[in-house]
Design a protein around this ligand. Sequence first.
Ligand code: F6P
Length: 534
Amino acid sequence: MWQDISRLAEAYGDRAILDLFAADSARFEHFSVSADGLLFDFSKTNICAETREALLALCTAADLLAKREAMFGGAKINETEGRAVLHTALRNLSAQPVEVDGADVMPGVLATLERMQQFSDAVRAGDFEGQGGRITDVVNIGIGGSDLGPAMAEIALQPFADGPRCHFVSNVDGAHIHDALRGLDPTRTLVIVASKTFTTIETMTNARTAWDWMAEKVSDPGAQFAALSSNQEKTAEWGIDTSRVFGFEDWVGGRYSMWGPIGLAVMIAIGAEAFREFLKGGEAMDSHFRSAPLQDNLPVLLALVGIWHNQGLGYATRAVLPYEQRLARLPAYLQQMEMESNGKRVAMDGSDLQIHSGPVVWGEPGTNGQHAFYQLIHQGTRVVPCEFMVGIEGHEPELAHQHDLLIANCLAQSEALLRGRSLDEATEIMAAKGLEGAELERQARHRVFPGNRPSTTLVYPKLTPFVLGQIVALYEHRVFVEGVILGINSYDQWGVELGKELAVKLSPILSGEEGTEGKDGSTAGLVAVIRAAR
Ligand code: F6P
């Protein structure tokens, strides 16, 4: 199967996408799919019917449908950790039974959701108070999957945020928590410690700092702390009352966890009803993913386009370019979701991967990026496939003209990447400005855009909790499909361990309690410089 992809990449890699449009006047209809209000257009790639067939065949070869049902059904598909992968159960509002080890997990999931709602309602209504009265600010302390999702969603859903202000602290750099707490009233602040393991050093260190900060003004800081974790033993050690401990099971991976307790700060910000809308959006994407034929299936097509560009054509990175400012943190969120999931060099069976792993994912909100890195995307020597995203309608009717400009910019960029500007066109433009001769030739060459650069566009109606839920679940399933086709385990993350272990060992070396014996020359040198400067 991979041979087919290589063969097609070899044959079609350089062909002109514009020629494909010329040959098929309905190319847009043939190479875009819709589901529940979302539209995914991949016609501005060089995928044709033949390539699509070959890519779809990868799904069959990888037994995607059976693996998809295994995931939804609670099978332990995270084989290196012996765990099921059931973040989908957290948004299974239909409460259809989902079994792990013969037991239905749904009663537990729904009971936790209900408890979250009660707590969130109490905080929002002022029934749960701090020592100084109504809670005005919530500080979520977590990192990675315990931060990126809720932090991203809290910004994305600002038009719905009518609860206390939320702040997110992740970096172990004391400056982060220092700046977040500055100006907050500890007697009216709720601290949420979000950590699946409740052992992550950054989070535990920041939580201790927050506790000490609160203890200066609050007699019982623990009473203004809540914990989100699957490690009940550790949360108990902190003395946080179990009524404010929201647990989840080991079958929820950190980077897939914002649908459950890790989403508590978002629920407090936007209210339980809106949070349920977010879950409903995820649930709608789940049912699309499970029921739509592969050729009309959004997550499947997103994954296949990614595979064509990365493993097929060798484009090592992918830019995610949401145009709405409120999706500013989506690229960072997707970066963890995709790179921690599919950045693996060993296949599920332990053998070396014979193809490249997932791509480098990066990005920024669109128009800001246009004035920063789009230069390279348009004229650099490397091809960067771009994933544009834009909403049809904004939340500020009085600024609709600005939203129109936003959409125009988004569409203009994908058009420019496709079309480019030829030397003839550039020469004509520069000649009209009065240049001639060698100078005209030289200047024109700088103004050529090669074009034929692939992009996709995801269009959604309006950034609501439901739509955000659809988008997040879309990407989760895309990562799953990609992982299945690559034959890797998308749900472990052993690659983060070595650095963590070495950091623990370096602390006493930095403080001078231990020497640098055994360290490489660079590390020993850096330690010496830092120690000498203190
Ligand atoms: O270091 C990676 C990681 O384990 C992520 O997978 C996870 O999202 C993050 O750390 C935080 O972990 P925890 O929620 O256990 O604090």
